[in-house]
Design a binder for this molecule. Sequence first.
Ligand code: SF4
Length: 273
Amino acid sequence: MRIKAVIEDKLNRLLEVETADRFTVESVYYRGDTLCISTQLGCPIKCKFCASGSKGLIRNLSYEEIILQYELAVLDGLNIKNIAFAGIGEPLLNWENTKKAFNYFKDKGLKTSFYTTGFPVKNFKELLNLNHNGLTLSLHAVDEEKRKELIPYGEPLEKILTVFKEHLDKLSKRKKKMYSIAYLLIKNVNDTDEELEKLAEISKYLGVGVSLLKYNEIEDIPYKTTSNEEYEKAFLKLKSLGVKTTLSNRYRTRKIGGCGTLMVNRLNQKSEH
Ligand code: SF4
């Protein structure tokens, strides 16, 4: 494996790593200390809003391919203190290799966090019990029908939330702070007042905060981002309902390396300079 290309803007540095069978997989370096890495070539979950899953799954990455994203980034001179399993792929669907890579990163003293859809639930239960440094459940919808529409491949939301709740109930207040739910706000798709009220209910039921994400529009995907005013309104609504809410940070809302923008074999390599 080798770094094939680096695309960067003022905030993010996107590394395209070429595999032996000539695919490219992407990792993103941001905040001057964090590397977001991929676990699969493509993604079988095929979330409707995400470029990474648009072609489905090509194959799982091996353990070596997962950790090489980090090792190559270090060789490239990057200072890395945190690893986020939040790039291309659902870590729980390449679970054995992800666990091995997680142990490798922990042995190196790196803080390691996960983003997951919670599927398969059997592996989600194991992930909950790992000695991780943060776990965010990607919710994006508050009822089964809408979630199935946005995240087509998975298990019922109710089943995932029940397992999550059982785990959270055993934790101290301090430990619970490592957990959150992510809600990607998409214009006219999941942004009604009723949906935000239900989101607040779920957040309170679980006892965790909400990471309210702003959608990055992607070529060939019809979803639209909410305006800044609508986004702020949704944030204030959740706050007024007593939910601890955070907004997308500036690294997540980039054309280069922002959430949902990573692709296998990127076609358009224009930089944002
Ligand atoms: S958002 Fe994550 S789980 Fe969904 S298709 Fe993209 S990479 Fe896969």
